[in-house]
Design a protein around this ligand. Structure first.
Ligand code: NAD
Length: 291
């Protein structure tokens, strides 16, 4: 078993970007600028947004965090988005999900200008992804593809089983893995809550991507010898022995599955840091398009 070390790889990517940013600044250019909108006080969302801001600082990007109250009206949030759309000094921004229930997530996703949509969630960018046109790819699936690429994992002709069909992970990773690209060219099976006999399907997988949100769901008996296993899940489970008061669990029963797999991502330190690295790559890409 070999670990797909997302922490190490994301640090490598950050170093590469930092070199480019230093070069831009040395030539008198402005720094790339990423902003994030955070609505409410959700602990996990705050942690994610803070890591994104910290990553920006580390590589020399400018960053802006817009914090809004949980009871903000939908129109007021849409107005904040419009401000960021029109801010010439900003290369991209994200609206941290999930949003409070009274806000229509689709309206928010539609409101972000596609050219600043570094999360790759806007329908126009999703369409371009499907058509294999240049665009911002959604950060988590993009991070998974980058990890596979940097570890030279063969995906062509392999059977990739994706578990979970969310718009932000399961669906787009199934599209990316099936595209005529490298990595890609896989034969993809997309499974979800209505799938029957999941174990029969996962046992046929050369590559498994699981984005479910159920701790340790994928067990050793569901995985074939030599499979590549990508664990996207992150669930906080209360744990008094931890300073934070919780422990993070992936969707994979790591010890059992690691024994059988050829490559596996850990949680934490796998897909999570790669998601942030992708966001930074998309922001740099946007900066270059705009300058
Ligand atoms: P989600 O919560 O929106 O949806 C879960 C999906 O799992 C659904 O499509 C559902 O059909 C499917 N599902 C539910 N039960 C199932 C079952 N028994 N068998 C097969 N499929 C089943 O998904 P999400 O937003 O993609 O999040 C999934 C997990 O990934 C969460 O733990 C989330 O925190 C994590 N996540 C991590 C990152 C990261 O950067 N590492 C990014 C996004 C999400």
């Amino acid at each position: 078993m070999k670990l797909l070390d997302g922490k190490f790889t994301s640090n490598q990517i950050k170093e590469e970007i930092a070199v480019e940013v230093a070069d831009i600044k040395a030539k008198g250019g402005r720094a790339p600028h990423l902003a994030a909108i955070l609505v409410g006080e959700d602990g996990a969302s705050l942690t994610y947004v803070n890591s994104k801001v910290k990553a920006c600082e580390k590589i020399g990007f400018d960053s802006t965090l817009v914090r809004l109250p949980a009871d903000i009206k939908e129109e007021a949030l849409l107005a904040e988005i419009e401000k960021l759309n029109n801010n010439e000094g900003l290369d991209g921004f994200i609206v941290q999900l999930p949003l409070p229930k009274h806000i229509d997530e689709n309206k928010v996703i539609d409101a972000v200008h596609p050219d600043k949509d570094v999360d790759g969630f806007h329908p126009s960018n999703v369409g371009k992804m499907v058509l294999n046109q240049p665009t911002f790819l959604p950060a988590t699936p993009m991070g998974i593809m980058e990890l596979l690429k940097r570890y030279n994992i063969e995906t062509s002709g392999k059977h990739c089983v994706v578990i979970g069909r969310s718009h932000i992970v399961g669906s787009p990773i199934s599209i990316l893995m099936a595209r005529k690209t490298n990595p890609g060219n896989a034969t993809v099976t997309l499974t979800h809550s209505r799938t029957k006999n999941l174990k029969e399907i996962t046992l046929q997988a050369d590559i498994i991507v699981i984005a479910l949100g159920i701790p340790e769901y994928l067990t050793g008996d569901m995985v074939k010898e030599g499979a590549v296993v990508i664990d996207v899940g992150i669930t906080r489970v209360a744990d008094d022995t931890k300073k934070s008061g919780f422990k993070l669990y992936g969707d994979v029963k790591f010890d059992e599955v690691a024994e059988k797999s050829s490559f596996i991502t850990p949680v934490p330190g796998g897909v999570g840091p790669m998601t942030i690295a992708s966001l930074l790559m998309n922001t740099l890409d946007s900066y270059k398009r705009r300058n």
